[in-house]
Design a protein. Structure first.
Length: 222
C-alpha cells in the first residue's frame, strides 16, 4: 500500500503535535512540525549575530539556510540543533522573523520540498490551506478553549512550570486564537475538505486510533 501525505492544522494547544507524533511512530511515517523550521531559522540568525530589527539582514540569510530532518533529528547546515530550539533566546526573536513575507514564502517552498514524497505527517501553520492544499488527508484538530487552558495548566504543574495561572493561560490562548484567525498572511481556517475533529472529550489515544484507522482506509484505496 502506498503511504499518504497527511496535513494537520488547528487551534493552539489542541494536541496536534503529541497526537501526530504518536500516529507517525505507529505507522512508520515521518513527523514534521513546520514550526520547528522557523525556530531553526531563528537559531541560525542568532548564530550569525545579526540585528533582528533589520529585516534585510534576516532575509539575506535565507539562501544559505539548509534545513534537514534525519532520524527525527533536526539539522541546520549539518549541525544538529534539535536540543537548541526551545531556548528563550529563540522565543524572544522568532516573532520578528515570522512577520516577514519573504521568510514566510521561502519557508513554505522549503516545507513543500521537504515533503514532496509520501509518508509524511505534517503539523503547522496554514498547512492545509497554503502549504499542502493537495494533501491526501487534511485534518483540523480543535478543542474547547477552557479545556485547552485546563490541560495546559495541569501540564505545567506536572512539569513544575508555575509562572502562569490558569486565567493567564486562558487569556494567552484566547489572544492566540484571535491572532491566528485574523492575521493577514495565512490565517487559521477550516478548509472545506478537512476532517474536523473536536477532541474536547476524547483522550489522546482515542484520537490517535481514529486517525490511524482513517489513514489505513485511505491507504487501502491507493
Amino acid at each position: 500500500m502506498e503511504k499518504l501525505i497527511v496535513a494537520i492544522d488547528g487551534t493552539s494547544s489542541s494536541g496536534k503535535s503529541v497526537i501526530c507524533k504518536k500516529v507517525a511512530e505507529i505507522l512508520n511515517y515521518t513527523f514534521v512540525d513546520t514550526g520547528l523550521m522557523y525556530r531553526a531559522f531563528s537559531w541560525y540568525c542568532l548564530s550569525k549575530n545579526i540585528d533582528f530589527n533589520d529585516q534585510n539582514q534576516i532575509i539575506s540569510l535565507l539562501d544559505s539556510f539548509n534545513y534537514q530532518i534525519k532520524d527525527d533529528q533536526i539539522f541546520v547546515n549539518d549541525i544538529n540543533v534539535t536540543n537548541k530550539l526551545i531556548s528563550s533566546d529563540i522565543l524572544n526573536v522568532i516573532n520578528k522573523i515570522t512577520i516577514i513575507s519573504q521568510v514566510r514564502n521561502h519557508m513554505v517552498k522549503a516545507q513543500q520540498q521537504l515533503v514532496k514524497n509520501k509518508g509524511y505527517i505534517v503539523v503547522g501553520r496554514d498547512i492545509t490551506s497554503v502549504v499542502l492544499p493537495n494533501a491526501d488527508l487534511k485534518i483540523y484538530l480543535d478543542c474547547d478553549l477552557e479545556i485547552r487552558a485546563k490541560r495546559r495548566f495541569e501540564q505545567n504543574i506536572t512539569n513544575h512550570i508555575l509562572d502562569k495561572s490558569y486565567k493567564q493561560i486562558y487569556n494567552d490562548l484566547y489572544n492566540r486564537d484571535k491572532t491566528d484567525k485574523t492575521r493577514l498572511t495565512g490565517p487559521l481556517v477550516l478548509v472545506d475538505d478537512a476532517w474536523y475533529i473536536d477532541n474536547s472529550y476524547l483522550t489522546i489515544d482515542q484520537v490517535v486510533e481514529m486517525i490511524i484507522n482513517k489513514i489505513k482506509v485511505l491507504e487501502s484505496q491507493k
